[in-house]
Design a protein. Structure first.
Length: 116
């Protein structure tokens, strides 16, 4: 399993970013996928998931509901996270992986920093 995240950066409060994660080493369309984040000094938190195949149910942790949107592309083996109305508390390293339980292999993550 290989997961490669990208799209992070520095953004002002209220701004937006779109994260991407390209997956390989497994049959992407058969697995649900998710985005996790880990803020400095905190544990890794699952923030959004999407059902296998990309056309089904999604889940969002309460703190991101209405601001983040997860989607996926089974042709590109890619999962996305559109993040709008970003807040300083969204600052974290963001990772994609299978929802609980995650695959044993993690990508390098992508840093999102929300600051003025």
């Amino acid at each position: 399993v290989q997961l490669v995240e990208s799209g992070g950066g520095l953004v002002q409060p209220g701004g937006a970013l779109r994260l991407s994660c390209v997956a390989s080493g497994f049959t992407f369309r058969f697995f649900p996928m998710g985005w996790y984040r880990q803020a400095p000094g905190k544990g890794r938190e699952l923030v959004a998931t999407i059902a296998a195949g990309g056309g089904g149910a999604t889940y969002y942790v309460d703190s991101v509901k209405g601001r983040f949107t997860i989607s996926s592309d089974n042709v590109k083996n890619t999962v996305y996270l559109q993040m709008n109305s970003l807040k300083p508390e969204d600052t974290a390293v963001y990772y994609c992986n299978r929802p609980l339980p995650p695959f044993g292999s993690w990508g390098q993550g992508t840093q999102v920093t929300v600051s003025s």
